[in-house]
Design a protein around this ligand. Structure first.
Ligand SMILES: Cc1cc2nc3c(=O)[nH]c(=O)nc-3n(C[C@H](O)[C@H](O)[C@H](O)COP(=O)(O)O)c2cc1C
Length: 211
């Protein structure tokens, strides 16, 4: 065989291999749990039961750094945080709100707040909720990645909860408490929920089930 024939066969094989890799790549990416970030996202779950182990200030600082690394509309950063490690205050939160019982046993809770006046005026003011939500998810993921367990407990938009937290933490009127994130070392294993549902996905336009 001529050298040029060998070269053509080699090129064809190379092309075949590249095409195979390219076609199979999205499948591989979808289930790639080798990647630590993807793995942490897929294995995070709400943790509502904690061991007695304390959470160090340096660890809380890392959680807050992760929260403040979140995307934020116009880089306005309207998020504000109140770290609660006072036992009595945590107990009060746990007793006041049925959905936040775990606060009574948590070593620490971070109250994720927003200052709407710090973001865009007018219609854009609602971005504060998205910004504080992005920060909250970052904090949850950081906690999980560091071996902690956490749960997002909703405050805003339930007015009664907003008022109670405002009074409990002496929040000024222009600061809105959005969520109470209880954090601690998990007391046992929790299984992440599988929420994958391809029916929620539409490509290019919304398709009705009959299409
Ligand atoms: C806006 C919001 C409010 C929530 N409020 C509470 C709450 O008050 N108490 C609670 O135990 N969990 C609360 N959760 C956690 C959800 O129950 C939890 O995320 C959901 O059941 C899915 O489970 P997973 O986080 O383990 O994936 C809240 C979550 C979100 C996003």
């Amino acid at each position: 065989m001529k050298n040029s024939t060998y070269l053509i066969i080699l090129l064809a094989l190379g092309l075949l291999f590249t095409t195979y890799k390219w076609v199979s790549a999205p499948e591989t990416a979808a289930v790639n749990v080798e990647n630590t970030t993807i793995n942490d996202i897929m294995t995070r779950t709400s943790v509502r039961s904690y061991s007695g182990e304390a959470v160090k200030k340096v660890t809380v600082d890392t959680l807050l750094r992760a929260a403040m690394a979140a995307p934020t509309a116009g880089n306005k950063q309207p998020w504000r945080f109140v770290v609660v490690n006072n036992r009595q205050t945590l107990r009060t939160i746990g007793e006041e709100f049925g959905s936040m019982k775990m606060a009574a046993e948590a070593p620490v809770a971070v109250i994720m707040c927003g200052e709407p006046a710090a973001t865009f005026p007018g219609e854009g003011v609602g971005y504060w909720i998205q910004d504080v939500s992005a920060a909250t998810e970052n904090l949850l993921l950081a906690a999980h990645a560091m071996g902690l367990g956490a749960v997002w407990c909703g405050i805003y938009p339930i007015q009664e909860r907003v008022d109670k937290f405002r009074s409990l933490l002496s929040l000024p009127e222009d600061i809105i408490p959005m969520a109470c994130v209880c954090v601690g070392y998990p007391d046992g294993e929790s299984t992440p929920k599988d929420k994958w549902n391809p029916e929620y996905i539409h490509y290019n336009k919304w398709h009705s089930p009959t299409e």
